[in-house]
Write a protein that binds this ligand. Structure first.
Ligand code: SF4
Ligand code: SF4
Length: 159
């Protein structure tokens, strides 16, 4: 197996892709677990009958299509540098345009409006950008990967 260089998993904003719940396949796993349980009891085959007791189960097919969509959209994220995440991400287009590897190189990073939603979702982002600035992207990536190997996920820290 080819090992992925941790530094290549640092997004332009400074977030570390392997710590993201979506890349960790949390949505895909949860969706597939739910489907497995439903199929295990054979409920998927008798939903029209079950709808006699619980009318909302009539919508099982739509629900199933919705879950398919979730898995398709969030199932296998290739990471920020491989065009994963928001296809219209302003941070990605801005850093690329300025020729920066990450926002840590930018003098506006502490007040940047494009970064604001990500700071709000993940309070550690300011510290992450400082780490990249002070210690370099390789060290930041390696240290964050070590935390991920021990079970760390942004999901646990987001509001
Ligand atoms: S897509 Fe945007 S928000 Fe997501 S990791 Fe990349 S730069 Fe950050
Ligand atoms: S202005 Fe600077 S901090 Fe904001 S997105 Fe662009 S490169 Fe990142």
């Amino acid at each position: 197996m080819v090992e992925t260089d941790p530094a290549s998993l640092v997004g332009y904003c400074g977030l570390y892709c392997n710590a993201c719940g979506i890349r960790q396949e949390k949505i895909k796993t949860a969706a597939n677990n739910l489907r497995d349980i439903i199929a295990h009891y054979g409920f998927d085959k008798i939903m029209p009958e079950l709808a006699k007791w619980e009318a909302s189960l009539e919508h099982y097919n739509e629900f199933n299509q919705f879950v398919d969509g979730l898995v398709k959209m969030f199932g296998d994220c290739p990471g920020c540098l491989q065009s994963g995440g928001d296809p219209d991400c302003k941070v990605r287009s801005c850093t690329k345009q300025k020729g920066y590897r990450t926002c840590a190189e930018c003098s506006e990073s502490e007040t940047c409006e494009s970064l604001a939603p990500y700071r709000k979702g993940y309070e550690g982002l300011t510290q992450a950008l400082q780490d990249i600035k002070q210690n370099g992207i390789e060290r930041y990536a390696q240290e964050t990967q070590k935390k991920v190997d021990k079970g760390y996920s942004y999901l646990k820290e987001s509001k």
